[in-house]
Ligand binder design. Structure first.
Ligand SMILES: N[C@@H](CCC[C@H](N)C(=O)O)C(=O)O
Length: 274
């Protein structure tokens, strides 16, 4: 028997996921569904599947599955999209929302604009991403014929940030999977290549663990900004420009928390039978 479930396709800086409200439409096999729905030709096409649920310790919960079905600890772009989803669909009228994730509770602050009548919609969300965990700052790594020096940062999920002189020279489809699955990272890693443009702006391209090349990565932008500050490339407020657009990242000196600000966009909604 097939069960219809409603889904919403959303993106944050071009990082697109399929969102399902599991409080209304429970999903039994998210790993398998993420693979099926993410497929570009035979599914909907996306970077993965995001489940929005209830929580005993926060306003809502998030689970995120990459396009290969693996579950991730955290997703920056999806957390902003969930802020828009729950507010625009009037699942809450709060503009400060707590979100339970596998890497702890995150706080979302919503910016809205007025529509006709008393309606409002979310245009931008700032997420308190918590404190980064800084690993090796100059890790020498060899993969295939390539040698790099990277900075390892956890934003709840793992990132290898590599600074290069010219980002247009990076063969991401080749080097991305080699670094993602490098033996130094037994649980795999997300990989960011970064070119510093000024003391407050960098250009970044990402290879995501479990999804490959994506237009943007929120946790990756945070890891990039932290690595940029640690390596003396930028200050503590950095615009991270990715293929799908920019995010503003502020690594607050007094709290040590990283704040990520950016847009969230609904693309379309639909119903599918699983
Ligand atoms: N796109 C995300 C991160 C998604 C999870 C990542 N691929 C992982 O497996 O850690 C973001 O915006 O942060």
């Amino acid at each position: 028997m097939t069960e219809p479930i409603r889904f919403t396709k959303m993106h944050g800086a071009g990082n697109d996921y399929i969102y399902v409200n599991t409080m209304a439409f429970p999903v039994r096999n998210p790993e398998e569904l993420a693979i099926r729905l993410s497929a570009p030709h035979t599914g909907i096409g996306s970077d993965g599947l995001v489940l929005i649920g209830s929580s005993k310790i926060a306003d809502f919960s998030m689970r995120i599955f990459n396009a290969d079905g693996s579950e991730a600890m955290m997703c920056g772009n999806a957390s902003r999209c969930i802020g828009k989803y729950v507010y625009d669909k009037r699942l809450t009228n709060k503009k400060n929302i707590t979100l339970e994730t596998l890497s702890g509770i995150k706080e979302l602050q919503l910016t809205t604009r007025k529509l006709s009548g008393s309606h409002e919609e979310v245009t931008e969300v700032t997420v308190d991403m918590g404190c980064p965990v800084i690993g090796e700052t100059a890790l020498e790594i060899e993969a295939g014929d390539y040698f790099y020096t990277g900075t390892v940062i956890s934003m709840g999920n793992l990132h290898l940030v590599i600074f290069v002189e010219d980002i247009t020279n990076i063969n991401l489809p080749v080097i991305g999977p080699l670094l993602e699955c490098h033996p130094l990272f037994p649980n795999r890693t997300n990989v960011e290549f970064v070119q510093a443009l000024s003391t407050d702006e960098v250009r970044m391209k990402v290879w995501e663990r479990g999804s490959g090349i994506t237009q943007a990565c929120g946790t990756g932008a945070c890891a990039t900004a932290v690595a940029s500050a640690v390596r003396g490339k930028t200050g503590r407020k950095t615009k991270v420009v990715m293929d799908g657009g920019p995010l503003t990242i502020h690594w607050d000196e007094s709290s040590g928390h990283v704040y990520m600000t950016g847009g969230a966009v609904k693309v379309f909604e639909g119903e599918l039978e699983i």
